[in-house]
Design a binder for this molecule. Structure first.
Ligand code: ZN
Length: 456
């Protein structure tokens, strides 16, 4: 019996190895990996000669259709598909009312998830949700069992900004998450320090001071506190967007073999230091900020020693006018990179800093899938979903926001020349993007029911 598709002639990259092989796909699933002549005939043969055949990127940190972002599921997942991302996990903010543009006092996590389920109808790639706990209401503890049973197995909290939670409440939440095996994801910056430093620096209108308003030690202080709370509760802890050597050290101190402490960094912290604020001003403002050059190096040290196990995008869609319209302390934070994250990180990490392709697959595919309970994602093996990227390691091109499929109209990587380009993106065997063009219809994506992850 013939299978539907054979991707042949390329070099398969897994989290462990690279080898010449063909990949047989039937009914959206990988059914064979090996020598072409040993695999069944196919209705469609895709020639991957000269290309890497990688698992699709699994991006666990994305902002679509909600608080702080202009992208809908349609525009955001189109940008993702063009960038080789085949699965993303988006935030569902408790109480966020998009119509009102504010948080509603009585909103539940369950409402937030249901609202996203409706909107995700137009997703092109597969999506999941992390609910964000935005206020100290113990009723969220009662929502957890049903949410976890429904495949919502990770929850985010903040230590700063208006939606911050107290350490006492966070500790209690971690105890409940621990009971259900769910993951606690934390944005860690000390709120009081960031508020006070921001006040002190308001005399200076120049955005180059922005990193000093949210200093590395404030990030490390909050990371240290939250990791301690998670370890006490024996909860799975995932630190989001780690930016500084100080924070890596704080996390590393508490991470022991077999521990439940994990952390990510994001593309921009692996390529840019704070000197970028001199050139790009407010456009490059995200929180936490870009740091010193030594901190960029520390991200790679953290990647190499395992403290940082994932590189995500923290994609936020906004316009350049909106970013430039305010003083740096009021500026809309966040940058878009779903479409450019793989080529930019590949060029910096593999081409310039010598990271291997299997390590790239671990950081961007395999570990995010395992960390967040998606065993069929992020791997090229029989039985896995046929989420595959054909990547040309030799093609050099210059990034421009004119190509953006996101609603964001700028890119902090504007005019950056990179070597390595996404050629084709397949989601469950279907070609969804080809040469930067979207091929499949929006709505092809599925909403994922995730497992309670096994971190052993
Ligand atoms: Zn984020």
């Amino acid at each position: 019996m013939a299978v539907e598709t054979l991707i042949a002639g390329g070099t398969v990259v897994t989290g462990d190895a690279m080898f010449e092989a063909a990949v047989a796909i039937d009914d959206g699933t990988i059914v064979g990996v090996g020598e072409e002549k040993a695999l069944p005939a196919a209705d469609h043969r895709i020639d991957a000669s000269g290309l890497l055949v990688m698992p699709g990127i699994v991006d666990p940190h994305v902002h679509l259709a909600g608080y702080n972002t202009l992208d809908t599921y349609e525009s955001g997942t189109a940008a993702a598909a063009a960038g080789g991302v085949t699965t993303l996990v988006n935030f569902a903010w408790q109480g966020w009312r998009p119509e009102a543009g504010e948080f509603e006092a009585g909103g539940t996590l369950t409402d937030a998830v249901e609202r996203h389920r409706d909107r995700a109808d137009e997703a092109l790639i597969d999506v999941g949700f992390h609910p964000v706990v935005t206020r100290e209401d113990p009723s969220v503890f009662e929502e957890l069992p049903e949410l976890v049973a429904a495949g919502i197995t990770s929850f985010k909290i903040f230590t700063t900004d208006s939606i911050r939670l107290s350490h006492g409440f966070i500790g209690e939440l971690f105890e409940h998450l621990s009971e259900h095996g769910a993951v606690g994801m934390a944005h860690t910056e000390d709120h009081a320090v960031c508020t006070s430093k921001t006040e002190q620096l308001r005399d200076s209108p120049d955005p180059t001071v922005y990193p000093d308003s949210r200093p590395d030690y404030a990030e490390a202080m909050a990371a240290d506190t939250l990791v301690r709370l998670a370890v006490e509760a024996d909860a799975k802890y995932y630190g989001v967007h780690t930016t500084s050597e100080a924070a890596v050290d704080a996390i590393e101190t508490h991470r022991t073999d077999g521990s439940n402490v994990r952390a990510e960094t994001c593309t921009h912290y692996t390529v840019f230091d704070r000197s970028v604020y001199d050139q790009l001003g407010n456009t490059a403002i995200m929180s936490p900020p870009l740091r010193a050059a030594g901190d960029v190096d520390a991200m790679y040290d953290g990647i190499r020693d395992g403290t940082l196990s994932v590189v995500s995008s923290d994609h936020v869609a906004t316009t350049e006018a909106r970013k430039r319209g305010d003083a740096w302390w009021d500026c809309h934070k966040g940058v878009n990179s779903l479409q450019t994250g793989l080529p930019v990180f590949h060029d910096e990490a593999v081409n310039k800093r010598g990271l291997s392709y299997p390590e790239l697959v671990q950081l961007k595919c395999r570990r995010p899938a395992r960390t967040f309970g998606m065993p069929n994602k992020g791997r090229i093996q029989p039985g896995a979903d046929a989420d595959i990227v054909l990547f040309d390691t030799d093609e050099t091109y210059t990034i421009t926001a004119e190509d953006n499929l996101s609603k964001a109209d700028f890119s902090i990587y504007q005019d950056r020349t990179v070597t390595g380009r996404v050629e084709k993106t397949f989601v469950r065997g279907e070609l969804v993007a080809d040469g930067g063009e979207i091929i499949a219809d929006s709505g092809y994506g599925n909403v994922l029911s995730r497992e309670v992850p096994d971190w052993s």
